[in-house]
Design a protein around this ligand. Structure first.
Ligand SMILES: [Zn+2]
Length: 236
């Protein structure tokens, strides 16, 4: 293979290598919680799923599981590949859901709270589920763009459907909303249950983790912050 490859050379490689080649060429990060949809061409996601299935077959083989005669695990590699690519890690492979932004004609400038939004994610360390809730507080100004309530949940889901680290997930969500809505203040609180703490390791049931991001007015104004946090506790 030549050092610089064209799409024709690339077409002879597995989809994962093709996509990686484009990412490296563009000097783009592709960590577990990065979205790489811009580097995936039509049809490649199906190829990728096939590759993941083959590798998962290898994992089951290495675990000395007889997937040929064990009817329960016959199709496990295929099912898990589909689950990873189409569902639980989908936020890496598809573009952000389209969101229509409206100018703030009514000049709303009151504290707005969205949530609880259900969070389904997985930890980057063990690929174990993380289930939880997110609350979003916004203080719009007259230049803010408003987005429909359901869109907050869709953007949140897109960010969480990746292997994540809770602190980074919250920051990613804050960056995305900041850029879109451009509020004076933005606050996010996430509370989640990390299943790697139940299923393995210390089997500690104190596995709830809460963290938050406060920006702009929420950082400067202690009263606003208090108002937001007190409304959360009422909403349960
Ligand atoms: Zn973990």
């Amino acid at each position: 293979m030549p050092l610089v490859r064209n799409e024709d050379d690339l077409s002879r490689l597995p989809a994962s290598e093709r996509i990686r080649y484009r990412l490296v060429g563009a000097d783009r990060r592709y960590h577990a919680n990065d979205n790489i949809s811009a580097f995936i061409r039509e049809g490649e996601l199906a190829e990728l799923k096939g590759e993941v299935e083959q590798r998962l077959k290898g994992v089951l083989e290495a675990l000395v599981i007889d997937t040929d005669s064990d009817h329960n695990t016959n199709d496990t590699a295929m099912r898990v590949a589909k689950m990873f690519v189409d569902e639980v890690f989908k936020g890496r492979y598809v573009a952000m859901p389209s969101v229509t932004e409206f100018p703030n004609i009514e000049r709303l400038n009151e504290l707005m709270i969205v949530g609880p939004v259900k969070v389904r994610s997985a930890c980057s360390h063990h690929l174990c589920p993380i289930l939880g809730r997110v609350w979003i507080g916004l203080l719009p100004n007259e230049h803010s763009n408003l987005i429909g309530l359901s869109k907050y949940a869709r953007i949140c889901d897109w960010i969480m459907s990746r292997p994540q680290i809770q602190e980074e997930a919250v920051t990613m969500l804050a960056n995305e909303l900041q850029e879109r809505v451009k509020p004076d203040g933005l606050a996010i609180v996430m509370e989640a249950d990390h299943f790697c703490m139940h299923w393995r390791g210390v089997k500690d049931d104190e596995s709830m983790m809460t963290n938050s991001v406060m920006r702009g007015a929420f950082l400067k104004d202690a009263n606003l912050r208090r108002e937001f946090l007190s409304l959360l506790s009422k909403k349960g």
